[in-house]
Design a protein around this ligand. Structure first.
Ligand code: HEM
Length: 467
């Protein structure tokens, strides 16, 4: 990559220290940098090539998103880091026209209208997973949300409901994606010299073997579907298998495999962390929970999923959760192709830029008292797509946004309407790196303290005895 002589607000901390800070505690790293340069700064962090310009001001973000097909290449180093997971045909590895046409092929099954068909499934899976939890026994909300979100993906995306293949995939995928569980383990993806197959016990060797087993299962499922196609299936894999590109060609097996893994990687951890954060904030602030329960109860017994989805306070709670704890820290980096001006700074071709979701969501001028959880902000005013951007923006805006929001609202509503939950301790949670995402460091420890029907009957008893 060509080096630009004058980059905006270059951080002066030695490069290797910046890299270590970025891997170990990206939030602290970004906040320290933004204290010095709130709108735009140049960092030297691992995973982005030599230097990268962080843009944290809505106007600068608009300048990037509005021009991203014309003036930027959209596959940066970070996408390449994910190649061992995703393969060469993944949407994340494609740029320009290839990306555009593959995205058009993938988009229809993720449209809001289609997603509605999964309401009952999400509801039932949440009930099933929660029915296994015992009263007064602590559990990690993040792990439980992960189980729900993986089952939603296996059923809604793969159409796998039960059987040996489904169970094996569920087990292998959760192990595979656990490779991101700590900053240390994640670093094998950032440093290629650590990517050595030293047998099944070495981190990289283990990763390669798990990937092989997952591939076998996925290819077996694809082959079986091709042999016995069923017209009525509504899962995303079936819809993709019947899709044709503009030249009339169907998607190949390898493309299908790569896209399936991409959808899991992009959709599983992200949605699970967002839902765990939702549970955390709702139970950390009793008045938020009370308001939410009042709103949910106003829908009466067995409300339909669209009425839940449209609830204004629930929507505000989910938005505020994604604002204060954005699961994805930044939108995918972009490389300047022809000289471009951002926030008045001239950036030359070859410069890497990134729109910082985390720092924009924590700007005091947009969100007064940014560290406080206040869903009301989203009821009081509308934020532009450059001010509130948990799903990124421009040509790579999240494909799974409708599914993620639908799932988040339905899962939270189902849990809250049925159970009384409590956080196990009062210690505040904090954001920790989990691969390319931010997750609650302690996993949000909670327990079930009662069924909501119990509470209602207790309340009835209390009122009766008082009479
Ligand atoms: C709360 C959950 C989620 C969050 C916060 C999230 C966030 C994001 C962000 C920030 C991007 C990058 C956008 C950009 O560069 O501007 C992205 C891309 C993407 N997401 Fe999500 N995502 C979530 C859930 C999902 C789900 C459930 C799926 C699918 C099952 C999904 C599929 C994708 C795909 C395929 C891309 C790449 C799009 C492209 O390259 O054209 N995401 N997501």
């Amino acid at each position: 990559m060509k080096k630009q002589t004058q980059l905006p607000n270059t951080l002066t901390t030695p490069s290797f220290i910046q890299k270590l800070q970025w891997i170990a505690d990206p939030v602290k790293y970004m906040e320290n940098a933004a204290q010095q340069y709130p709108d735009i700064f140049t960092a030297r962090v691992v995973g982005f090539g030599d230097t990268i310009v962080f843009v944290n001001h809505p106007q600068g973000i608009q300048e990037i998103f509005a021009n991203d097909r014309k003036k930027f290449a959209t596959v940066g180093e970070i996408n390449k880091i994910m190649q061992p997971f995703l393969g060469d045909y993944s949407l994340l590895m494609l740029d320009g026209d290839h990306h555009k046409s593959q995205r058009q092929l993938l988009m229809p099954p993720f449209h809001g209208e289609r997603i509605r068909a999964y309401g009952e499934l999400i509801n039932n899976l949440t009930k099933k997973v929660f029915s296994k939890l015992q009263k007064d026994l602590p559990f990690s909300a993040r792990n439980v949300m992960q189980e729900i979100s993986l089952l939603v993906i296996l059923q809604a995306i793969f159409g796998l409901y039960e059987g040996e293949r489904c169970q094996k995939l569920q087990h292998l995928l959760s192990l595979f994606l656990d490779a991101f569980r700590s900053p240390i383990i994640s670093s094998i993806f950032f440093f290629s010299f650590l990517q050595k197959d030293l047998g099944a016990w070495s981190p990289w060797g283990n990763f390669l073997r798990q990937r092989e087993q997952i591939n076998e299962l996925l290819y077996a499922e694809i082959a079986e579907r091709r042999e016995h196609p069923e017209k009525d299936r509504i899962d995303i894999l079936s819809l993709l298998m019947s899709a044709r590109d503009e030249t009339g060609k169907p998607i190949t097996d390898q493309q299908l495999r790569d896209e399936l893994i991409t959808l899991i990687l992009a959709g599983y951890e992200t949605t699970a962390s967002a839902m765990a954060w939702g549970l955390y904030w709702i139970h950390h602030l009793p008045e938020t929970r009370e308001k939410l329960l009042q709103e949910l109860d106003s829908l009466g017994d067995s409300p339909d999923s669209m009425s839940i989805f449209r609830l204004p306070y629930l929507t505000a709670v989910c938005n505020e959760t994604l604002r204060i704890c954005p699961v994805v820290m930044f939108s995918f980096p972009k490389i300047v192709q022809e000289n471009v001006k951002i926030l008045g700074y001239q950036l030359e071709s070859g410069t890497a830029v990134v729109s910082s979701i985390y720092l924009t969501h924590h700007r005091k001028d947009l969100y007064p008292q940014p560290k406080q959880f206040k869903p009301e902000r989203f009821l009081e005013r509308q934020f532009s797509p450059y001010e509130f951007l948990p799903f990124g923006g421009g040509v790579r805006r999240c494909l799974g946004e409708a599914l993620a929001l639908f799932e988040m609202k339905l899962v939270l509503a189902t849990i809250l309407s049925r159970y009384q939950l409590a956080l196990v301790d009062n210690q505040p949670e904090r954001l920790q790196r989990r691969g390319f995402t931010l997750a609650p460091a302690r996993g949000v420890k909670m327990m079930i303290t009662g069924q909501r029907t119990d509470r209602e009957s207790l309340m009835t008893m209390a009122t009766t005895s008082a009479l």
